[in-house]
Structures are given as C-alpha cells and as structure tokens.
Design a protein around this ligand. Structure first.
Ligand code: GTP
Ligand code: MG
Length: 449
C-alpha cells in the first residue's frame, strides 16, 4: 500500500549535541532534496551517509549529514531519509517546517512503527516490543523486550494457532466425510484430549506471565504503617538517597512520595505514605485518605512496625486492613529491641536507619514475585497485559469448546468456539485486529518512533 510521506524529529526536546529528523514515504528522497545542498540523493546507494547543507531557499539553516535508506530494507519498509543536524530545538523545528512546506506531513505518535506494522515488517507484538525497549529501565525488561522483538512471542502464538487449526481440521474431515452415523462421537473422542492439552499449555503460559507482567510493569509497592515507625527512612535507605524528609516528629510525611528502584533487574515503584492515625489536622487527614487509596491499588504492601515498642491498636488495624494483600511485615528499629512477635506471621527485621536487613528484605520481595527460573533459561515469557487478556479469551473459548464437545453438542457448534480461540490468538499478533485498537496502541508511542 502507498502512504503519504511523514516527518518527525526523533530526538527529545531540549539541548543536545545532535538531533535526528526522520522522513518516511515514497517522496522522502525528493522532498529532502528540495532543501538539501549536497549530492543527488536519488543517485546514492541505500544505507549511505552524505554531507551537505539544509537551506530554506534563501538562507542556510544547518550543516548536516543525510542518511538514505531504500525500501524495503528500512525501519518502515518504505524509503527513509534521516537528517542528522545540530542540537537545539530551533534548528530541528526549522528543518521539519521546511520539509512540511515541501510536501511532507508531520507524523503522529508512533506512526513510523505503525507503518512498519502496516507494511508487514513487524507483527503487532514486535511493534509493541519497540515501545518496551524505549521504556526499559532494568536489564530484565530489556531482555523480555528483545525476546519479543526477535519474534519469540509471535512464534509462540503462531504455534498455538496451528494447534487450534489441527483440531479444527479433524472436525472438517469428519464433516466432509460423514460416512458413519457415529461420526460425532468419533470426532469428539479425537478432539477432547487435544483441546485439554492445548488448554493446559495456555494455562502454564498464563501462570508464567505473572512474572513477565511484574518485570514489564514493575511492582507497585506501598510503604505503610503508623506515624514515626520509619517508613520514610526505609524509602531513603532503599533508594540510597535522602528523598523523603525524616524527623522524630510523628506525622512528618503528609503526601505520597513516589520513587522508582531497580532491585536486581526488578522495578519497584515505591510509594511512601503518611503514617495512619486518628487526627484532626485537615492536611494530615487528606494524606491518610490517600494512603488508604494507595493500599487499595498496591501490588505489594510493606507494612512497617516498630520493634522498639509494643504493638498498638493502630498496628493491629493496619495488619487487618492489609491482610488480603500481598504483603511483607517489617519490624523496623531492630537496633532498639525486639518487642514484637507475630506468632506464625513472618516478620522481616530491619533497621532502616542503620541499614541492617535491607538485602534480606529485597530478597523477600523478589521471592514473592519473580520466578528466577523463567529468566535464567531460554523461556518465552508473555508480559504484555493486552496479550494476557487475549490468552484469557482464548482459554475461555477453548473451555466452551471442551464443554460442548463433552456434552455431544453438534460438532459445527464446537467448531465455532474453536475458531473464536484461533481468532483471539490472531489478535495478539495483529493478524486480525480492528483499526481502533491499532490507532490506540500506536498513539501511546512517542513522536518520531
Ligand atoms: N533507632 C532507629 N531509629 C530509626 C530507625 N528508622 C527510623 N528511625 C527514626 O525514627 C524517626 C521517624 O522516622 P521516619 O522515617 O520519619 O518515620 P515515618 O514512618 O516516615 O514517620 P511519618 O512520616 O511521620 O509517618 C526518625 O527520627 C528516624 O531517624 C531505625 O532503624 N532505628
Ligand atoms: Mg514519613
């Protein structure tokens, strides 16, 4: 298909040494040539770089390097020209303006990657992995994004699709050649075990996806406790910086304080909260309300208790409030004593102020969420929430197919559910997906990507 020629600055706003402007589409070479004084671009070999000047017809704008890439071996699978100019927003914006004046259109967010997808160079999972690469903050995030970019998720999903098709083929054969009266029973005997095998495969993938999702999205970790137990001290010790104010005054933290921590390749999205207590102070009350909301939205609670004094009513309330959440109960200020014991409940003793027990705490967090085996071996892990949702849909359709088959429902009805399973899988790779989904998905990309 032929699309119009698009342009965007690919580097972020702000002062930098160099900026890169990307142009993609059939007219790329011609449009850039209009404002480029240098060699004739159309005559140059693909994947070469050329020195020259950009001008606006009257004046020189910048001294640049122009790289030319001919379709189809380019990022978008279209003709692409990249202009490397000096840094600073002004120059880059002037060049983009000139390119637009000569017929290019300003690209939408993610439109270059969208073209790569529409032109068949990437499947949807490959395109999504590019956004994950750009956003990666830990080595594990990078690892799963690269595996997805290399087509591992595509391969996994296509494998599952083929298994569904094999089952459908069994049905088709028997529908086409219904030589025997008991054909339906026979077919069910063949397909029921196959559906079961496929379902258990998908269940295993979904189980492992927990680890993938945690790695991709990070763990929203909320530090809670009554005032003065050392929540902010814990945040600071974990971050190795004085991010939150720490004082001996109860009620020091009023608002949520957010920070990110790379814990051996696992991203913790930490939130320090206002200590919970009864208070008449309006500001503190609002802070406490926010704490309660943060608890509700957390993946993990770090509930901090104070080992230097006995448990209070408020501690017990907080223990009850967080009971159903994944949580780690921490006994802080272990340097001052160990007055608390919780019976069967596991307590991780630390001193936030003196940096004692912090590594053990970090290990507890990892143990709770990450299956290391999946990362060390050559596994394909699904990590993207959209993919997980589609796999759940697939599983549901297979469950329905299985139920029908077991109840000897007419075989063509069973086939409808199997086809549904097949098409849910196809939505993961973008083999069948609607325009709205594609637009929303790519709009989350940054400009120039
Ligand atoms: N001895 C000792 N003191 C600590 C420890 N951790 C924190 N503290 C002290 O406890 C006091 C309160 O610490 P914060 O970190 O501000 O406590 P908080 O839970 O954030 O308190 P609020 O924000 O008021 O809810 C400060 O004086 C800290 O220095 C520890 O491990 N040992
Ligand atoms: Mg605090």
């Amino acid at each position: 298909m032929i699309y119009d020629t698009i342009v965007a600055k690919t580097t972020a706003n702000g002062t930098s040494a160099i900026n890169l402007i990307r142009v993609s589409g059939d007219e790329s070479f011609n449009i850039v040539q209009e404002i480029f004084k240098g060699p004739k671009l159309i005559k140059q070999k693909s994947h070469t770089v050329h020195y020259g000047f950009i001008h606006d017809g009257k004046n020189q704008i910048d001294e640049v390097l122009v790289s030319v890439f001919r379709a189809p071996k380019t990022f978008t699978a279209e003709d692409v020209v990249e202009i490397t100019c000096h840094g600073g927003n002004f120059i880059a914006n002037e060049i983009v303006k000139q390119l637009i004046a000569h017929g290019a259109r300003l690209a939408e967010n993610g439109e270059f990657t969208k073209r790569a997808y529409l032109n068949g160079r990437l499947d949807l999972t490959g395109a999504e992995s590019i956004m994950d690469l750009v956003n990666a903050k830990t080595s594990n995030q990078l690892k799963i994004a690269n595996s997805q970019l290399n087509g591992d998720v595509l391969e996994l999903v296509e494998g599952l699709q083929n298994e569904v098709l094999d089952i459908v083929a069994n049905i088709e054969v028997n529908i086409d050649y219904p030589e025997y009266d008991d054909v339906i029973e026979m077919t069910n005997d063949i397909i029921i075990p196959n559906i079961k095998i496929l379902m258990s495969k998908i269940e295993k993938i979904l189980e492992e996806a927990n680890t993938g999702q945690v790695i991709r999205d990070g763990i929203k970790t909320v530090i809670v406790g009554k005032p003065n137990v050392g929540k902010s001290s814990l945040l600071n010790t974990l971050l190795k910086e004085d991010k939150a104010i720490v004082t001996e005054i109860s009620g020091t933290t009023r608002d949520l304080i957010e920070a990110e921590l790379n814990l051996d390749g696992v991203l913790l999205k930490l939130i320090d909260t206002a200590g919970i207590r009864m208070t008449e102070d309006l500001v503190e009350k609002i802070g406490i309300d926010k704490t309660k909301k943060a608890i509700a939205g957390a993946d993990l609670i770090l509930l901090v208790l104070d080992q230097s004094s006995n448990l209070t009513e408020m501690d017990l309330e907080l223990l009850a409030l967080t009971k159903d959440k994944p949580r780690i109960i921490i006994g802080n200020k272990i340097d001052l004593g160990s007055k608390i014991s919780l019976g069967d409940e596991h307590l991780v003793n630390i001193s936030a102020k003196n940096n004692i027990g912090i590594d053990a705490l970090a290990n507890e967090v990892k143990k709770l969420f990450i299956d290391d085996k999946l990362l060390s071996e050559d596994y394909t892990i699904i990590s993207n929430t959209r993919h997980i949702g589609k796999l759940e849909e697939t599983k549901l359709a297979l469950t329905q197919a299985l139920e029908s088959a077991m109840n000897q429902v007419p075989i063509d009805m069973v086939e409808i559910d199997l086809r549904k399973a097949w098409s849910s899988l196809g939505e993961i790779t973008g083999e069948n997906s609607n325009d709205d989904l594609i637009s929303t998905l790519f709009s989350k990309f940054c400009l120039g990507k």
